[in-house]
Design a protein around this ligand. Structure first.
Ligand SMILES: [Zn+2]
Length: 57
């Protein structure tokens, strides 16, 4: 996270363009935070269920 990025009271970066991203280890592509992951973003590793199944095997 670059310095100076604004955050709201929840610690989330303000602005749609500044959503946190991770690299999916299955397809090696970046994916952005999604609302469905709001509760367990720290545990999210894969961009999709499909990649998760690939990565788990
Ligand atoms: Zn993936």
């Amino acid at each position: 996270m670059p310095k100076g990025s604004r955050k709201n009271a929840n610690g989330q970066v303000a602005g749609k363009a500044d959503l946190p991203t991770k690299i999916c280890p299955a397809c090696n592509r970046p994916f952005a935070w999604r609302r469905k992951w709001a509760r367990d973003w720290p545990q999210v590793k894969y961009c999709s269920d499909r990649c998760r199944s690939l990565g788990a095997s």
